[in-house]
Design a protein around this ligand. Sequence first.
Ligand code: GRF
Length: 199
Amino acid sequence: MNCVVFASGRGSNFEALCKAKRAIVRAWDLKLLVSNVPTAGAIKVAGDFQVPVVVVPHTSMTRQAHEEKILAELVGSGVDLKTVWLVLAGYMRVFTKEFLAHFYDNRLKQYRVVNIHPSLLPAFPGVDGYKQALDAGVTKTGCTVHLVIPEIDAGPVILQKEFAILKTDRLEDVERKGLALEHVAYAEALDELARNEYT
Ligand code: GRF
């Protein structure tokens, strides 16, 4: 299962995937990193783990032009659009239906695009999932790996991991606990997808 990771920021999930891949034999491979942010931490991670990188800044471009550029870069990098999985790891852009259509899988009846979100969806979609949970005063939250559909932070859930929010927890505590679970969850979810048993 060939994966292209998309990241806009720090890249800790991407790094966790690189480490998971290095630790044991996996049925999935990380072929390429795509970033829309030239200064993203994820780009340094790619260098550390010898993953090729394509940077496609979105500034002063229409959404359509940006997506077309990404498609061209994928094809130019030898990525097979008919089989590749897109793995969104802190990618701060929303794909159009037209872009997603290139990755539609007839067997799954879903797009081959997966995302990790910092909440137990459907709770707290959108940005700052951990802060939203803390501000809402809930006693547990978590992370979700899900298939991507055109609606934001929706789509079938592959797996979720949860943890308790203690009364004494501050935002950095919630984020630390959440990220630690994210870093395990994403590799597990790719393992499941690579087993190819999804219906
Ligand atoms: C993570 O919390 C992820 O769930 C969300 O964006 C954040 C990315 O963090 N989608 P990182 O760049 O992987 O460190």
